[in-house]
Design a protein around this ligand. Structure first.
Ligand code: SF4
Ligand code: FES
Length: 235
């Protein structure tokens, strides 16, 4: 009889298939591992570090590490949660995230994760970067202030929509999202509301102009259920 392939996440036995990552196996078993740059329909990226778990004593990103027989994985230990809180505190000061004024409030994975790890204070000094808003497109708003550089839109546009609307420019703290059009404006790109790239932004950086505030604040996804207890906006 074939042996069942299994890993153990916080003591729970989790079956997995060949080529599944720890993130995929956990997701299939209904276990939430925090993530911002992961989407089940896109290639793993491993950049946000929210999904770091301990695997047989080593800290590894769950979205890029393949599940292997018998792995002992910690997902909820206090030191892992403290690391995630620190990553989130950095993300919040790197950009300009004004949650009460954001259309995505209550539907935003960044905000929901901050609540999940009980991020109370900013901890680090705010960068207050000077960023712009691209409102040139008739249907779509791109607010660079809220972009966390997860590259989900970039990967979705390139690999699913086959349009390659976005790229990242420069390096280090100068890294920023850019629109691949002659003017650098969305109006001159081929981005359309129905694109996969428009469905994957975990924050309020890419928004439809046509559907704002259809669900009132207080009745949104994470207003009703914490992110760890429900499905993220993953598709
Ligand atoms: Fe990620 Fe959204 Fe920024 Fe695209 S616009 S890189 S999806 S945060
Ligand atoms: Fe794994 Fe971002 S979700 S590094």
């Amino acid at each position: 009889m074939a042996e069942t392939a299994e890993i153990f996440i916080d003591g729970q036995r989790v079956a997995f298939q060949a080529e599944q990552t720890i993130m995929m196996a956990a997701h299939a078993a209904g276990i939430y591992i925090p993530h911002l740059c992961h989407h089940p329909e896109l290639k793993p990226h491993g950049s946000c570090r929210l999904c770091v778990v301990e695997v047989n004593g080593r800290k590894l990103s769950a979205c890029t590490t393949l599940a292997q027989q018998g792995q002992i994985i910690h997902n909820q230990r206090a030191d892992l949660i403290a690391s995630r809180r620190c990553v989130l505190q950095l993300l919040f000061v790197e950009g300009n995230h004004v949650c009460p004024a954001c259309e995505k409030s209550g539907d935003c994975q960044l905000q929901a994760l901050a609540y999940a790890v009980e991020m109370i204070s900013p901890r680090f000094a705010h960068f207050y970067p000077q960023r712009t808003v691209d409102a040139s497109h008739p249907d779509i708003l791109l607010d660079y202030n809220r972009c966390i550089l997860c590259e989900l839109c970039l990967r979705a546009s390139r690999d699913v929509d086959h349009k390659n609307v976005f790229s990242l420019q420069q390096r280090g703290d100068k890294t920023h999202l850019s629109v691949n059009s002659a003017s650098g404006q969305l109006a001159d790109s081929t981005l359309a509301l129905g694109d996969k790239a428009m469905q994957v932004c975990p924050v309020g950086a890419l928004l439809s102009k046509q559907t704002a505030y259809q669900t009132p604040i207080g009745a949104r996804l994470y207003d009703q259920k914490p992110i760890a207890q429900g499905e993220a906006h993953d598709g």
